[in-house]
Each structure stands twice: as structure tokens, then as C-alpha cells.
Design a protein around this ligand. Structure first.
Ligand code: NOJ
Length: 666
């Protein structure tokens, strides 16, 4: 991407070495806040600390009381396929903002931060589980499906939060975790005490021997040795695909289906706009099969879909199906199951392509997964709250990815890698931007994991996947500005390790710095959302001889966008066959600069290492070669302005020179 321009017209990126030291970063900020992309993420962030007396974030929401007053606006006026245009922000309530200083984030805190989320440019939030739970799997072990975990607030707080989000045109997607419940759910308590064969007992899946379904793999390989566990009360084995504290519900029991329908109505009545279907491939189990993706599971899904369709036709169902391409695709059904599914087949291949500097893994998987029913859409993601899962790649690919991204055993869990995006990419700003450019331009709706927009790090010393679930880093203040509780009361410690420490990487600092990752993310999201072809367009790959260069067209209703990505660490050139577009002029989408017109002959593009270009193709008569296209025609948002730092008072020195470098500039 060549769009970030230095205000001075001189690209600092071209002058600084990639790993500019922190002093260089400081000087640059003082000298000219411009393109700092060659400066590492952390240098950029640290240098922002040199801007003294900066004003704090302006939050015009001051809590739930205000949220309650937020204008209730009907946000359901867009089409029922709103999710195609969604940019989704995934977060955990407990990790976001603590309004009552008990060390745990809550709905009131989240409501206070809605303007931050809105300002980022996203229009949907996916909330990780917030229900009552013993939290042995971070809330994916639910003990009451209709209650909020009291540490996060009340149902009223939730209702107010949804209303405040809707008032900002932000949709809310919650979790439907019904493959299993917690073993502390009253249904399980009742089942283990009920007579074998009774409807109450059969809410769960029991066995006298624990010999059935032996072809089903174990998913939590690091902690479980069997999918059956002995229950001394029932004097029988119960089935669980995840932790033993998460017994699987029995979808062969019509009463269970009835409970699920009841839950759907309950949450839809509270204003929820969609559900992520947790662990959906495992709903039904059958002997002699691997008990994944069964026909019976798809039948349950069709029932769920028709129920939500009946209650709220614009409610989206998002499948969490970590499966091979064909099976993942099956969760769209014929347009009668989920409207969305996470693109699990693509995600690890993005990391392979980056490491191998080869576009093939990306092109290949997208070609295999391009045919979706009409109203359906992929959900694209780079990272989430789980490990970077490598269950569905070959053994060879897995070893390769471990070797590149997680050499130390501590960085792995089960078959995956428990690291955040920024740490996976060594804090390399170019690679972080490159991967995000793919997230925002490939075919699907992007999902951003909270904190990745500022390049948050992780803590591999925390258990399970907690290392990537630490508090949001708002500022350099105590507890990262997340909570005023005592440190020992925090649900998890904030990241304090070197380059990723919260006093360096935080929202406050990055808001002040024009070229920060946060501002760059705000910009790229704006550009993406201004061009419907990214959300809804066809994707067509070009095939330049240079395989380190990935190039594709996104086209929709007369708009054609050309994306060119250099996956290599070093500069590359590629010749693109754009003969079909001869006569058109590509215009760079961040800066509006017109490129040479396309002719019948191959079109040469050159890119520095790990850079990308987004170009919009215009008929030649719409472009003035000297000035590009009119701003309106491009629908081009500018780089969002940084929060204005309060300028330090110039200290007069002898000879009248001030200490403030900005004031010494001509
Ligand atoms: C998938 C969730 O993403 C993960 O965090 C959880 O542990 C399992 N499902 C079990 O619910």
C-alpha cells in the first residue's frame, strides 16, 4: 500500500531503516507526523509518549445511565443481508472495560466504550459468552442460558447495551453454545439423578460402557484422554467433545430442541441480531462415523434456521465449523442453514502464504470455496480468542507453521498456536498491515479480534488460551486503564512484557499519533466500507508469472477494484494481464493518485517488500492524469485525524529558540 503520505511530501518510510530505534521514532514524530511504516509498531507507539501533555480520550458516553437514554433507533431498516456489509469486532465483555472497579469488565463499561468501537468503523460486535458459568472454559461452559454472569452486569445492563449499540447502527451477535452445557447446569444435575431412559436423563448422551462413537477424535488433546467421562451419580458415562466439565446435549431428544427454540426467542426478544453457533459440527453423534457434520446435525441446523427466520428474518447465523473446505461449505446448506461461516480453511493458508512468499495456498483455497448460496457470506479472520488452529492442515504444513510462528512449545496448545496477530508477526508493522489488507479485501466479511487493532501482545505464561484474552490496553495508566481495581483483583494481568507492554501499546497513545496502527486501521476500514465491491463483489484472480505477487479483481455493480499484494520480504515486479480493462486508469484508493492507463500489453506493477496496492479502475475520461479523480468520485475517506495533543508550552531558551521541535520548523 503506497497510500500513506508524509505530510511533508517526503516519505519517512523510505528514509528510515525498518527497525528504527526509539530515539529515531521520537525525532520523527517531533519533526513531521507522517508515514512511519518502516518504524516498528513499538517504536511508533513509544515515540507517541514523547508528545507531552496530550489530552485524554474524549468519551462522550459516561456509562449506563447515558446508554439508557440513547435514542432507540430502528436499525433493522437495512436489508436482511446486512451481514454482507459487516465489519465485525470480536470482544469479551470481561476483557474490555471495568466500570465498577472489581477487576472484571462489564456491560456498563462496554457501553462506555461503544464510541471507540464505532469510531474504529465497525458495524457489528460479536460478544464472547457472557452467561452464567463456572468459567472453566471461559464461559463456553454455561450453567444458565438465560442469565448474565453477575460479574458482567444484569439483563437490564445487557438490554441497555444493545439499545446503545443499535443507536449507533452497530449490530450485536452473541454466542449460541448448545453443543454442550456446563456440568453445573440444572439440566445436568437433573439428568444424572433421573432414571435411565427418561426424557430428563436423555438431555445428555449416556453410555454404560463408554465404548460408542470411538471414531470421534479428541479435540482438546492437551487435557482430555477420552470423549467419555464417568459420572458417579448417574453411574454411567456421559459424552463430551470438549472438556469433561462440558457434557454434550442430546439433539435426538425433542425436548432439547424445544429448549433451544425457547432460548433463541429469549435473546432475539432482547434485541440480539445474530448468533455464532459454537462447535456446530458436533451436535449429533452416530456410531461408525467420526460424529462430525452428520446429516442429522444439518437437520437440526435447518430447524434452528427456520425458527429464527420465523422470529426475525434478518437474524444472522454464523457457523463455527473448523472443518475441511467441503464440510465447512456444507454449513451454508442450500441457503437454508447458516448465512455465514468462519473461513477456517483460508485462515492458516494466509499465514502459510506469507511465510512461504507464495500466493498459491490462498488462490487454491479460495477457488475451492468460492461457490456459496446467494444470501451467504464468509466471515474472514486472522486471529480470535482461541489458538490459531491447525487441525485442518496437513502434518507437514502444521510442522512448518509451528517452525515459523511458534518454535517454543509454550507458544502452542493442542494442535494450534496461542499467540496474537502482532506477536505472530514479530511486531512487524508491514506484515501486520499486509495481513490486514487481505482481511479487508478478500471475499468475505472481516472479523477483528479486540486489541489487534493496536497490535496488542500476549502472555504465553497464562494457562489455556488466557494469554490472548488479557485486558484491553486503553492507556499507560494503572492496569492499562482497563480497571482501577487492585492488581490482584484483575481477572487476568495486562501485558507488561517489553515491546508489547501496555505503557507502550495502548489506545490513548495511538489515538494521538496520526500514523499509528490504530489510525491506519480506522483508515483501511473506512476505505473498505466505502467500496461495496469488497463486501459483495466477485473475486477473480490474475496469474502473473511472479508467484510472490497475489493479484485479484473485486467487481460489483460496475465498480472494479484491483488488489496487488507482494507477499515477499523484498521488492517484486509483476506483469498483470489487464487487457480486458484496456483504456481504464487505475487510481490508488488511499491517496487518489492516478496510475498509468491500462493498455492491451501486460501492465507492470512494482512493489517494495510486504507492500500492497488497492486500485480502483476508472474509464480514462473520468480521470485527470495530473490530479487523479475528483474526491467524490473516489468516495475516498482521508486518513482519520489523530486526537490533537495539547501542545507543550514552548520554553524560551537563550536566543529565543524553543524546546518544542514543532515550533522550530519553518
Ligand atoms: C469453540 C470456542 O471457540 C472455544 O473457545 C471453546 O473452548 C470450544 N468451542 C468449546 O465450547
Amino acid at each position: 500500500m503506497s497510500g500513506l503520505r508524509a505530510d511533508s511530501g517526503i516519505s519517512i518510510a523510505r528514509i528510515w531503516p525498518y527497525s528504527a530505534d526509539l530515539r529515531a521514532g521520537d525525532k520523527a514524530v517531533g519533526a513531521e507526523p507522517g508515514d512511519l511504516r518502516r518504524c516498528s509498531l513499538f517504536a511508533s507507539a513509544l515515540s507517541a509518549t514523547a508528545i507531552l501533555h496530550a489530552q485524554s480520550l474524549v468519551e462522550d458516553m459516561s456509562g449506563c445511565r447515558k446508554a439508557k437514554k440513547a435514542r432507540a433507533k430502528d436499525t433493522h431498516d437495512r436489508g436482511p443481508d446486512w451481514y454482507k456489509d459487516a465489519v465485525i469486532y470480536q470482544l469479551h465483555v470481561r476483557a474490555f472495560y471495568d466500570s465498577n472497579n472489581d477487576g472484571v469488565g462489564d456491560f456498563c463499561g462496554l457501553a462506555e466504550k461503544l464510541d471507540y468501537i464505532k469510531d474504529l468503523g465497525v458495524n457489528a460486535i460479536w460478544l464472547l459468552p457472557f452467561y452464567e458459568s463456572p468459567l472453566r472454559d471461559d464461559g463456553y461452559d454455561i450453567s444458565d442460558y438465560k442469565a448474565i454472569n453477575p460479574a458482567y452486569g444484569t439483563l437490564d445492563d445487557f438490554r441497555d447495551f444493545v439499545e446503545a449499540a443499535h443507536a449507533r447502527d452497530i449490530r450485536i451477535i452473541t454466542e449460541l453454545v448448545v453443543n454442550h452445557s456446563s456440568d453445573q447446569h440444572p439440566w445436568f444435575e437433573r439428568a444424572r439423578n433421573a432414571p435411565p431412559g427418561s426424557p430428563e436423563r436423555d438431555y445428555y448422551v449416556w453410555s454404560e460402557t463408554g465404548d460408542e462413537f470411538e471414531k470421534a477424535r479428541i479435540i482438546f488433546l492437551d487435557s482430555e484422554v477420552s470423549n467419555w467421562s464417568w459420572d458417579p451419580v448417574a453411574k454411567a458415562y456421559y459424552w463430551h467433545r470438549f472438556y469433561a466439565c462440558q457434557p454434550d446435549l442430546n439433539f435426538d431428544n425433542p425436548l432439547v430442541i424445544r429448549e433451544i427454540k425457547d432460548l433463541l426467542k429469549f435473546w432475539l426478544d432482547l434485541g440480539v441480531d445474530g448468533f455464532r453457533l459454537d462447535a456446530v459440527p458436533y451436535l449429533v453423534e452416530r456410531d461408525g462415523t467420526n460424529s462430525e457434520n452428520l446429516r442429522e446435525t444439518h437437520s437440526v441446523l435447518k430447524l434452528i434456521r427456520s425458527e429464527v427466520e420465523r422470529l426475525r428474518p434478518d437474524c444472522v447465523l454464523l457457523a463455527e465449523a473448523n472443518q475441511p473446505p467441503e464440510s465447512t461449505l456444507s454449513y451454508f446448506g442450500k441457503g437454508d442453514e447458516c448465512q455465514m461461516a468462519f473461513h477456517f480453511p483460508l485462515m492458516p493458508r494466509l499465514f502459510i502464504a506469507l511465510a512461504q512468499e507464495d500466493r498459491e495456498p490462498i488462490v487454491d483455497i479460495i477457488e475451492q470455496t468460492r461457490a456459496l448460496p446467494d444470501a451467504c457470506q464468509w466471515a474472514l479472520f486472522l486471529r480470535n480468542h482461541d489458538e490459531l488452529t491447525l487441525e485442518m492442515v496437513t502434518e507437514e504444513e502444521r510442522k512448518y507453521l509451528w517452525h515459523v510462528y511458534a518454535t517454543h512449545r509454550r507458544l502452542r496448545i493442542n494442535l494450534g498456536i496461542r499467540r496474537r496477530l502482532a506477536t505472530l508477526l514479530n511486531g512487524d508493522r508491514r506484515r501486520i498491515e499486509l495481513m490486514n489488507s487481505l482481511l479487508f479485501s478478500l471475499n468475505g466479511s472481516p472479523v477483528i479480534y479486540y486489541g489487534d487493532e493496536i497490535g496488542m501482545g500476549d502472555n504465553p505464561f497464562l494457562g489455556d488460551r488466557d494469554g490472548v484474552r488479557t485486558p484491553m490496553q486503553w492507556s499507560a495508566d494503572r492496569n492499562a486503564g482497563f480497571s482501577c481495581a487492585d492488581y490482584v483483583d484483575l481477572y487476568l494481568p495486562p501485558i507488561e512484557h517489553r515491546f508489547f507492554a501496555y505503557d507502550i501499546v495502548n489506545v490513548d497513545e495511538q489515538r494521538k499519533m496520526r500514523s499509528s496502527l490504530l489510525n491506519w486501521m480506522r483508515w483501511i476500514i473506512k476505505v473498505r466500507r466505502s467500496h461495496p465491491a469488497f463486501a459483495r463483489g466477485e473475486i477473480t484472480f490474475l496469474a502473473p508469472a511472479n508467484k510472490k505477487v497475489l493479484a485479484y479483481l473485486r467487481s460489483y455493480e460496475g465498480e472494479t477494484l484491483l488488489c496487488v499484494i507482494n507477499l515477499s520480504e523484498t521488492a517484486q515486479a509483476a506483469e498483470l494481464d489487464l487487457a480486458e480493462w484496456a483504456g481504464c486508469v487505475p487510481v490508488e484508493m488511499f491517496g487518489g493518485c492516478a496510475f498509468p492507463a491500462i493498455r492491451e500489453e501486460p501492465y507492470t506493477i512494482t512493489l517494495p517488500g510486504r507492500e500492497f496496492l488497492w486500485l480502483k479502475l476508472f474509464p480514462a475520461d473520468q480521470v485527470d492524469p495530473a490530479r487523479g479523480v475528483p474526491h467524490e468520485a473516489m468516495d475516498r475517506p482521508d486518513l482519520p485525524a489523530a486526537d490533537k495533543p495539547v501542545p507543550p508550552r514552548p520554553r524560551e531558551k537563550e536566543g529565543g529558540r524553543s524546546d518544542n521541535p514543532a515550533s522550530n520548523r519553518k
